[in-house]
Write a protein that binds this ligand. Sequence first.
Ligand code: PEP
Length: 248
Amino acid sequence: MRKKIAAGNWKMNKTPKEAAALAEMLKPKMANDKAEVIFCVPYVDLMPVIDTVKGSNILVGAENLYFEDKGAYTGEISAPMLKEMGVNCVIIGHSERREYFNETDETVNKKIFKALEYGLMPIFCCGESLAEREDNITIERIRIQIKRGMKGLSAEQAKQVVIAYEPIWAIGTGKVATSEQAQEVCKAIRDVLAEIYGSETADEISILYGGSVNGGNAEELFKMPDIDGGLVGGASLKEDFEKIVKAF
Ligand code: PEP
């Protein structure tokens, strides 16, 4: 049975003290026996947030990692570093990283392998631009991202990956995909996974939708058959995240 997940992406918004305060405020509102709840936070916020949520159901994720174990990579953070801190998962290939930090399908693939090697659950992001949607190449674009991002993963490894479909035009814009649009692409993702790994494996992989999810639209999105939850930016920094976590 695939997991239901409500994951927050805090992006670059909170100092360590502010992050601990936000985690403290949200913690009592996150209880949930239907879905996993994850806070993905900046590297420097990991320790205070891990300390704050200790003993609760909340898992903590990073927003990136580097694909080498160690070495002369000034400014980078490795999977073993995250693992030792008690981090559970990591966002990989977010569109903001692809756009501003030259992340490619190939680096995404290496990072997914590295996360899995250290037992960190990768939340692998894919999504089309507005121009690609208008050119009617959304599905083709997503299929390529999935194939390249997951290249070489065994079925066992693929089952450990969570995929987040995030149309770039819906991220941080307030423009949410309709539940039908989101379902269409999440279904296409499951279809390509079934082509690669067989439908039994594809059925076990959690696929999230991300892009302006909030307390008002989460339920509608999460009831679609191929949407197993959400990756949430802006609304994960507010009390509204409680409504999203309870929308399953
Ligand atoms: C995100 O950053 O992954 C995201 C979906 O942001 P928002 O919910 O703010 O659109």
